[in-house]
Design a protein around this ligand. Structure first.
Ligand code: COA
Length: 412
């Protein structure tokens, strides 16, 4: 019995900040961001977007052509939760009109709860091959203004339909794990921004990679050379390069030419450079980037995944790309979404960043901006209000300049 990803959809906000603009305003050399961190653009959510609207928008794309009546599990992975009690998954379930006979909940473990959700969904569909699970991973990466983490912000959501008909990728059941109690990145309940010890986090990430790989290798006997491509969790895209070099070294492949190592990860980095960190969604946005931008037909190829969640937990696992995967992916919808993004200047970024919903129970209508098909319309009686709107392309709505550097989507 095989199980894996049947369909995928991506959503990222319509507004982006050029990291060269951010660098200039903070008095930092632009190359530190573009080369040192490997980031070019940062997606910035407008006040009428949150993790629910982004997830629902991504899921709308993923569910195109999928039999919704078979979905009996919806898992929402996030570390930007909107409520201490009610799961963000319930709002998405409602916005999408999914069957009421559905198990619907939210999971958390920093950036790797999406992987826990995927692995849980795989077990479920292996037990019940007639059912499908919908996984959404949605996050807004926020650090303090002017802190080292600021250029590694971003926002976006990924949705995946998991089933026994894995038309995009079969995910293999073996997975290596590693857990250690560390404080490299966390967000106390009273803060809107994450706290991070960035350099320490990189060291712990690499240790978790090594240990997760060791566990995986002991189970599978697979070697580094058995993989064609690799996808890593990316708090910034250069992290994938650091991680890949580290894995090559600890597996005795440190002599591999730099160009060959780069070719194994480059396509997976492309979307991350364009949207920034999306925490739980980041690894799977990397997978989508690999599948949609690679000029090579990846059918039948094995891909290695490393999922990292600060605090910390790591997992190494693998999947095999399925023949015909490109015809299943909504590549044209994603191309349009990237092309419709609009470039904001620093004052607009700071205005969006500092926007807060009232916290005293006052009813509130959020200002309207270009969004996808779902937006947060406001608050009423302490309750979030969502609405369906015509998906409004930034081009029609806004006099902001167009985003010139959309990713190149390959035709294989
Ligand atoms: N031109 C080119 N590269 C430059 C440069 C320049 N002018 N100036 C600096 N750089 C390089 C540095 O050499 C470094 O690269 P290296 O790590 O390969 O040596 C990189 O840019 C970053 O510089 P650094 O001084 O280390 O940056 P920083 O102290 O401002 O912090 C992070 C960088 C990544 C630690 C910080 O952005 C952060 O904490 N981000 C959050 C990460 C996160 O979320 N982690 C938790 C989840 S995994």
């Amino acid at each position: 019995m095989r199980a894996g990803i049947e369909a995928m959809g991506l959503y990222t906000p319509r507004h982006v900040l050029d990291l060269r603009t951010l660098a200039a305003s903070r008095g930092i050399a632009a190359e530190k961001f573009t080369e040192g961190l490997g980031q070019s653009w940062m997606a910035v959510p407008s006040p009428d977007e949150d993790v629910v609207t982004m997830a629902a928008n991504a899921a709308l794309t993923a569910l195109e052509g999928v039999d919704r009546g078979k979905i009996d599990t919806l898992i929402f992975a996030t570390e930007s939760g909107i409520d201490q009690s009610k799961a963000a998954a319930i709002y998405v379930h409602s916005l999408l009109g999914l069957p009421s006979r559905c198990r619907t909940f939210e999971v958390k473990q920093a950036c790797c709860s999406s992987t826990a959700a995927l692995q849980m969904a795989l077990s479920h569909v292996l037990l019940r091959p007639e059912s499908k699970a919908l996984i959404v991973a949605s996050d807004i990466a926020r650090y303090g203004i002017g802190t080292p983490g600021e250029p590694t912000q971003g926002a976006g959501a990924i949705a995946m339909v998991v089933s026994a008909n894995p038309r995009v990728m079969e995910i293999h059941p073996e997975a290596g794990f590693y857990t250690e109690d560390v404080m490299d990145f966390w967000r106390p309940n009273y803060l809107d921004e994450a706290l991070v010890d960035g350099k320490y986090s990189i060291r712990v990430y690499l240790k978790a990679l090594e240990e997760s790989w060791r566990d995986f290798h002991e189970q599978t006997k697979l070697d580094f050379r058995d993989f064609h491509r690799f996808c890593y969790h990316m708090p910034f895209s250069k992290m994938a390069a650091k991680a890949h070099l580290h894995l090559a070294r600890v597996t005795g492949n440190g002599e591999t030419p730099a160009a060959a190592l780069d070719a194994q990860i480059r396509d997976a980095q492309e979307y991350n450079r364009q949207v920034g960190n999306c925490y739980t969604a980041s690894l799977y946005i990397g997978l989508l980037s690999l599948l949609e931008t690679s000029a090579e037909d990846l059918s039948g190829r094995r891909v290695g995944f490393f999922s990292y969640g600060s605090g910390c937990m790591g997992s190494f696992f693998s999947g095999t790309v399925q023949a015909g995967y490109r015809s299943v992916l909504p590549i044209e919808a994603h191309r349009r979404m990237f092309a419709e993004r609009r470039v904001i200047d620093l004052p607009v970024y700071e205005q969006f960043y500092s926007h807060r919903l009232p916290e005293d129970g006052t009813d509130y209508a959020t200002p309207r901006h270009p969004t996808g098909a779902f937006r947060l319309s406001g608050l009423s009686g302490h309750k979030r209000q969502y609405e369906r709107v015509d998906a409004r392309p930034g081009a029609e709505w806004s006099d902001l300049p167009a985003h010139a550097a959309t990713p190149t989507l390959a035709t294989v």
